[in-house]
Design a protein around this ligand. Structure first.
Ligand SMILES: Nc1ncnc2c1ncn2[C@@H]1O[C@H](COP(=O)(O)OP(=O)(O)OP(=O)(O)O)[C@@H](O)[C@H]1O
Ligand SMILES: [Mg+2]
Length: 381
């Protein structure tokens, strides 16, 4: 008796996606099931993000389920691919999920809270916008943003990165492109591409001294240009490295961008945590979901492998818990991170096996996972 495709479908219908709480068949994550004469089975597993930290686990669950339900099965070949899901706050022309974003507190409040009806920014080809913020400066937002972008791109996602810090752009230096100038085609800026990431920064457009004199509307319109006057093409994730603080620029931006979710970065010490609370309040006030908290500079690893918790221990994790946020992970202090930033190669590329790089990749996977979970909530009803 040959194996029927329906037996395989039934078996895979018992495999639950661990985060989304439904089975892979119902979620549409299985495609191209094929069974040959000899009883060999192949199918495609379509993940919600290529950076999915659960992918091996899901794949193994599929194999086990088939073996249990169809013991006579031959070889099982699982082809892994991904289709990144779109943000619930996505109202662009893509039509991924029509108007299902209705319960999103962020999508329809344009023109209410602001002075003079702030203009909504629509990026039709961008599936997800992730803002990286913190209340305090120097905690590692830019480092986390860049490593997140590079890591997601390395996993196969289409990624953009905007350095929204007009007064102190740091991304150009961090990727070794201080002198790069974007081309203009059909009236749009072509983003600068490096390490697989499309980037835009005020640092690519004007001399640092020029931006320093901008205030208020000038600054806002410059920032707007970095977003809307750029030919991003299709992106799975657009990462925003926000300037430090919770001032007008940050508020206008998070209010008008249709952000999928925010990542807040902190260091473990009390002062940083007090400031990150302000960032959390800002995001919540304008209805931007918080994907979670990253604790950077968590410890310093001594040559003998012991950890020195210079800034105290687990402050970030406790804060996340107390504020009902997901803890996205800790990144230790490492000279390779700082050097990477200075020499223009992110640590994740220069030293992929270093503990900090591994930690940064894990954090990136965790962020992608939280985006997928969030995006599933607007499709569920
Ligand atoms: N895990 C780490 N280990 C070692 N150095 C780090 C780490 N994270 C960040 N740094 C260094 O700390 C400095 C500040 O980091 P970064 O520029 O990313 O912070 P920021 O929050 O973006 O700062 P700003 O508020 O000025 O925008 C940089 O020199 C960076 O290389
Ligand atoms: Mg920065």
């Amino acid at each position: 008796m040959s194996i029927q495709k329906s037996q395989i479908e039934a078996a895979l219908g018992t495999v639950m996606e661990p985060d989304l709480g439904r089975d892979l068949m119902t979620l549409g994550m299985i495609e191209n099931i094929a069974v040959d004469e000899a009883g060999n089975v192949s199918f495609t597993l379509v993940l919600t993000t290529p950076a999915c930290p659960m992918k091996e686990k899901i794949k193994n669950s599929c194999i086990e389920a088939i073996k249990a339900a169809v013991p006579e099965v031959g070889e099982i070949e699982v082809n892994m691919t991904s289709k990144v899901t779109s943000s619930c706050s996505h109202h662009g022309g893509h039509g991924h999920h029509g108007h299902q974003g209705h319960h999103d507190g962020n999508g329809h409040q344009g023109g209410h809270g602001g002075h003079g009806a702030p203009q909504k920014i629509e990026l039709e080809k961008v599936k997800n916008i992730i803002a990286v913020g913190s209340g305090k400066g120097g905690v590692g937002k830019s480092t986390v943003s860049l490593n997140l972008a590079v890591s997601l791109a390395a996993s196969g996602a289409k990624v953009g990165l905007i350095d929204a810090d007009l007064y102190g752009p740091s991304i150009p230096t961090m990727v070794g492109l201080q002198d790069a100038r974007p081309e203009v085609q059909n009236g749009k800026l072509i983003p600068i591409e490096k390490f697989g990431v499309k980037m835009m920064s005020i640092g690519f457009l004007v001399d640092p001294e020029t931006a320093l004199i901008w205030r208020g509307p000038m600054a806002s319109s410059a920032l707007r240009q970095l977003i809307v006057d750029v030919d991003w093409q299709e992106l799975d994730y657009l990462i925003f490295d926000l300037p430090p603080g919770t001032g007008d620029i940050q508020l206008t931006l998070v209010q008008n961008l249709g952000i999928t979710g925010a990542v807040v970065v902190t260091t473990p010490q009390e002062v940083a945590l007090a400031d990150v609370a302000k960032a959390v309040t800002m995001f919540r006030k304008v209805g931007v979901p918080i994907l979670g908290l990253v604790e950077n500079m968590s410890w310093y690893e001594l040559p003998d492998g012991t950890r020195d918790y210079i800034f105290g221990r687990q402050g970030g994790e406790r804060f996340a818990q107390a504020n009902a946020m997901t803890f996205l992970g800790s990144i230790p202090i490492s000279s390779s991170v700082r050097e990477g930033g200075d020499i223009g190669t992110p640590a994740i590329i220069a030293r992929p096996d270093a503990p900090t790089s591994q930690a940064a990749s894990r954090v990136a996977g965790e962020i992608a996972r939280q985006v997928s979970i969030l995006n599933a909530t607007c499709k569920a009803d």
